[in-house]
Design a protein. Structure first.
Length: 233
């Protein structure tokens, strides 16, 4: 009788297949995060993410831990690296600007309301008059006051109310060539309702030093793109 040799065939169970798939997804996710860290200039953090991805391939018995404990360790290390790459939850995404110039129309969105504005004029003053609790007094500065004047139009079909205290949800700021920001010193804005298609004039006052140049008027609205007006100063 002819002798027939038999060999044992190993079958890969569903549990192992799922484990391989999850491991591959985990490696891919960690590598993608490492690549993003490199793009942000975080070289060391990026290298550590790649090292963590390699750790996924190391069998758990080499680490003398259970499979579940190995996964927990990798997750904890990933969270720590993610926190190191973005300390304090700081947004590392670079802000995008829509640049414009004087007398150029800019469209803005606040909530469900749409507007257009135009910055017409910029003038410098060494002193201005302000109204404090019904008392008008003259204010001077070692730098100068920049008065920005423009007009706004309601692009909707219904009247809308001016927000109290300021025209925009986030009050516009000035920025100069040294990336210094200047907040609003005062404003002259109409109150009440802005009718559709009717323009209203507004003014913002800023106190800035004499060495401030290349000034930009920055407006934030509902969109992710900030509006920047070159004031030619």
């Amino acid at each position: 009788m002819k002798h027939i040799e038999t060999t044992n065939i190993k079958e890969i169970g569903i549990k192992k297949v799922v484990g391989y798939i999850l491991g591959a997804l985990m490696i891919a996710f960690i590598i993608i995060t490492g690549v993003e860290s490199f793009k942000l200039g975080l070289i060391i953090i990026g290298i550590l993410f790649f090292a963590l991805a390699a750790l996924v391939l190391v069998p758990h018995h080499f680490l003398r831990v259970t499979p579940a404990l190995k996964i927990i360790i990798i997750i904890i290390l990933y969270i720590l690296l993610a926190a190191m790459s973005n300390p304090g939850g700081v947004n590392t995404k670079e802000q995008v600007y829509e640049n414009s110039e004087l007398n150029q129309t800019i469209n803005l969105t606040f909530g469900n309301d749409n507007f257009s504005i135009v910055i017409h004029q910029v003038q410098e003053e060494t002193k201005i008059k302000v109204n404090e609790k019904g008392v008008v007094k003259e204010v001077t500065t070692s730098g100068y006051f920049l008065i920005i004047t423009g007009e706004i139009v309601n692009l909707g079909s219904e009247p809308v109310n001016f927000p109290f205290g300021s025209l925009f949800a986030d009050v516009p700021v000035l920025k100069d060539s040294q990336n210094r920001s200047y907040s609003v010193y005062g404003s002259d804005i109409a109150t009440g309702q802005l009718q559709p298609g009717v323009s209203k004039e507004f003014s913002y006052f800023y106190e800035i030093p004499k060495d401030a140049i290349e000034l930009k008027f920055i407006i934030k609205d509902k969109t992710d793109i900030d509006k920047s007006v070159d004031l030619k100063r």
